[in-house]
Design a binder for this molecule. Structure first.
Ligand code: BES
Ligand code: MN
Ligand code: ZN
Length: 515
């Protein structure tokens, strides 16, 4: 089995004359719509015999955001190659522009088998963003773009000669700035690694990751971290606890359901004085739809139906390494949704962990069934705030497309906090409605609830169903059905699992911890 690329990010002090910087690949950002090259580029351009100014004049490179162009060094410059990266219009760029640029650079470096890239931070960014934030997003972006999922590919041409590791450097000539950048780089490395860990777990198919092997991964993670504890309920314990939602969904598969609890307790602090946040993640290791089976087209993508649960596991990995000052419960109900003679069926009435009964209208609305037990467990565990994340509804993907996850919440302050975290994390959320009218649709005549609403507003009725299990707690729900994967590769990512949610949840908890 092959390992994914090992990445290392560090901050390096360099001479003020950038053309002297020795590296495999020097990465230089350029804004669009600029009348002339900035000082930094001009110096490089002189040593390159005017190559940059010529290609700008020819309009072969316009600085459009997301664009890049590789040019080669001369004997006059220290860099073997130079990658120009478009930053878009100067007044529009944000931290995510920097993150994506680092991603584009690392993606390129891995593709051309470079062993080292050097990111020169644009002077304009230094004035606009805090240096630790810049360091952080550089590291996050580099990890994101340098990622390859190839653990089951044996010996292809593509892999022959692929470098084992990539060194990513963030440079500056000022040691004071460097120290601040370095601090951010350390944070970004932890988050970037956690996100790639999430992508690998999510990319693994259903014959590798099932509820039990996922639980084993969580146990392994906890074993490696002093401040994490993992408890797993197996099917027998699920029956003892009467977790009817998880049991019903898991009934059709020979892979037994599990319920994973990862608990983070900050060391050396008065943990009982700190708030407790519960993260609840849906981990359906494969969603065939069950008896209400899905059409064949694209069904394989449903191996990614565990992405919410995995985002929670990976966020706990990051939180544990960042040693945040907040108590966190990771609650991950897990099952495989399969059709068989032992499956739960449409028409069944299921008694959930909370005692509430649910009439099953469609076995493909399984996420909310396992989450109902997860949310109720979070309430009973005494959490102050509950956040769930799930690839819950195709309706959310239809509504918002591939770029944003839906956000539903019963608390305005939590909504603002999530939106703030989303901005810094570069993982987009869009607020969606839920509430009474939608909840009305989820009532059953023969049970307390049913598991589907009408044809309309499927993401909103699903959220209204979940809201029945959070009591009076402050709660936010993230429907990440549209953003769990990249269908095709992009400039900064290969196709496959996106690891969405890791940066968002970790950032939110960093902000809770900072208070
Ligand atoms: N896992 C799916 C939702 C999904 C769809 C995720 C597309 C990612 C991409 C979920 O379990 C599901 O099947 N939901 C149903 C609910 C319906 C039966 C009420 C759906 O969205 O069709
Ligand atoms: Mn489903
Ligand atoms: Zn599902």
């Amino acid at each position: 089995m092959r390992e994914i690329i090992k990445l290392q990010v560090k901050a390096r002090k360099v001479d003020t004359d950038i053309s002297k910087c020795r590296t495999d690949l020097l990465v230089v950002g350029m804004f669009s719509g600029m009348a002339r090259l900035d000082k930094f580029c001009s110096r490089l351009d002189d040593k390159l015999g005017g190559t940059i100014s010529r290609l700008v004049k020819l309009e072969d490179f316009k600085g459009k955001e997301g664009s890049s162009l590789l040019i080669y060094g001369t004997s006059e410059v220290g860099a073997k190659r130079i990658l120009l990266i478009g930053l878009g219009r100067k007044n529009k760029t944000g931290l995510d522009t920097i993150r994506k640029s680092a991603g584009i650079a690392a993606n390129k470096a891995v593709s051309i088998k470079a062993e080292q890239i050097t990111l020169a931070i644009h002077k304009a960014f230094g004035g606009r963003f805090a240096l630790p934030d810049i360091g952080r997003v550089c590291a996050e972006g580099a990890y994101f773009g340098g990622y390859r999922y190839d653990e089951f590919v044996t010996d292809t041409d593509e892999q022959n000669g692929r470098k084992e590791s990539l060194l990513v450097e963030v440079i500056d000539s000022d040691s004071e700035k460097l120290a601040k950048l370095r601090k951010g780089v350390e944070t970004g490395m932890i988050i970037g690694q956690a996100q790639n860990y999430a992508r690998t777990l999510a990319n693994r198919p259903g014959n590798v990751i099932n509820p039990e092997t996922l639980a084993a991964e969580a146990k392994k993670l906890a074993k490696e971290s002093e401040n994490l504890k993992c408890t797993v309920f197996d099917e027998k314990q699920l029956k003892q606890k009467a977790m009817g939602g998880v049991l019903a969904v898991g009934a059709g598969s020979r892979n037994k359901p599990t319920f994973i609890v990862l608990k983070y307790t900050p060391a050396g602090k008065k943990a009982d004085k700190l708030p407790t946040v519960a993260l609840v993640g849906k981990a359906i290791t494969f969603d065939s739809g069950g008896i209400s089976i899905k059409p064949a087209k694209g069904m394989g993508e449903m191996k990614l139906d565990k992405s919410g649960g995995i985002a929670v596991i990976a966020s706990l990995k990051a939180i544990s390494q960042l040693r945040l000052s907040v108590n966190v419960f990771g609650i991950i109900p897990s099952a495989e949704n399969m059709p068989s003679g032992t499956s739960y069926r449409p028409g069944d009435i299921v008694t959930t962990y909370s005692g509430k009964t649910v009439e099953i209208d469609n076995t493909d609305a399984e996420g909310r069934m396992i989450l109902s037990d997860g949310l109720d467990y979070a309430v009973k565990s005494g959490a102050d705030i509950i956040i769930d994340i799930a690839t819950l509804t195709g309706a959310c993907k239809v509504a918002l497309g591939k770029y944003m996850a839906g956000l539903m919440t019963n608390d305005d302050k939590l909504k603002r906090q999530m939106q703030n975290a989303s901005k810094l994390a570069g993982e987009k959320l869009w607020p969606m409605p839920s509430g009474e009218e939608y909840a009305e649709e989820m009532k059953s005549k023969i049970a307390d609830l049913k598991n589907t609403g009408s044809r309309w507003g499927g993401a909103c009725t699903a959220a209204a169903f979940l809201s029945q299990f959070v009591g009076e707690k402050k709660w936010a729900h993230i429907d990440m059905a549209g953003v769990d994967m990249f269908e095709k590769g992009t400039e900064f990512s290969e196709a496959g699992a996106s690891g969405f949610g890791v940066r968002l949840l970790t950032t939110y908890l960093m902000q809770v911890s900072a208070k």
